[in-house]
Design a protein around this ligand. Sequence first.
Ligand code: ZN
Ligand code: ZN
Length: 284
Amino acid sequence: MPITADWHIHTRNSCDQASLTVADLLAGAAALGMTDFGVTDHLHTPVNLPDLVASRAEFDAAAPPPTVHFGVELSSVSRWELDAIATGAHGAPTYGLRDGGPADGPLALGITAEALRALGVEYVVAGAHWPMYVPYEREAIIRDYHRQNLFLAAHPLVTIVAHPWWWMGHWQAEDGSYRAEPWFDDFGAIPASMHDEFAAAALQHGTVVEINLCAQLLHPGYPERYKAQYLDYLAMLKARGVPLSIGSDCHHPRYDIDFPRAEAMLATVGITDADCWRLPPRQG
Ligand SMILES: [Zn+2]
Ligand SMILES: [Zn+2]
């Protein structure tokens, strides 16, 4: 069954290497048979707000049909960094303040409900993107990412928790692969009790959990065994009734995703497009 919805797409208005225009997205998505999808550029802290304003302007200028939506991808950040950035003493750090904060301090999102409303943001994708000032040790990272995932699953502004247990950077081998820490040698390093708690939080708050394609299932540097274990994890979430959404996490200049490969992988654990969450078309 072909994938027809994609709720995680970056345009050139993201503060990273993404360079897709909304016009090219609309053409590319039509060519791939995508019927329902959304733009989700990054916002980590208020420093990135001009990017989201630009994303909205480009979206409006492209005048997409009601089945194409305007969203955002937020990061879980620390209250400490938001307060520190607000003092003006740190300039305008694109990715917040990734050093110096308290390891167990309160988590936060870098935008208010009011600002999201003002920009017409229809849905919020939010993910853990970096460790929150804990040491690069397997168990510390696992506890920290679980804490962030729970925070996001319970947050009233979050529609979709992006890419649970995605990891980038530290421990990456020179050839781009990830072999061991924090959980690539064995996804079972993460206690099942954490998955239970996360599934319960998502169910309690009606939060959707993302099936991320480019950054996880199709990631060229992630081990096949990890991917097989991760597919079982997704199937477990589905079996518990947690709503799942598909997100390509496209960062490319062209919207050119290997959806057939993702469909085949998901089919091995009985997940199809028809099982997945989607936003209804915009009214008016
Ligand atoms: Zn992300
Ligand atoms: Zn993303």
